[in-house]
Design a protein around this ligand. Structure first.
Ligand SMILES: [Zn+2]
Length: 76
């Protein structure tokens, strides 16, 4: 028998209050942990930028259409 501990919030509550790391809005279950696809793209862009900084043996010569998504030109 374990009485509810008020000092530690249940993990479920933390999950529900997940916020978009980009704009801070509540995350949408469809685009978790982001609130929208736009924010997911923004975060992905940042992540890729940081990735380019890391020296790696494999250059970005692999023109895989699956990895170069998000550049469809529909945003402008
Ligand atoms: Zn957002």
């Amino acid at each position: 028998m374990t009485p509810p501990d008020r000092t530690a919030p249940p993990l479920r509550a933390v999950r529900i209050q997940a916020k978009c790391p980009v704009c801070g809005k509540l995350a949408d279950t469809k685009y978790r942990p982001f609130c929208a696809k736009r924010c997911a793209d923004i975060d992905l862009g940042r992540w890729l930028k940081e990735g380019y900084r890391v020296p790696t043996d494999e250059g970005p010569e692999n023109d895989d259409p699956e990895t170069s998504q998000g550049r469809t030109g529909q945003d402008r």
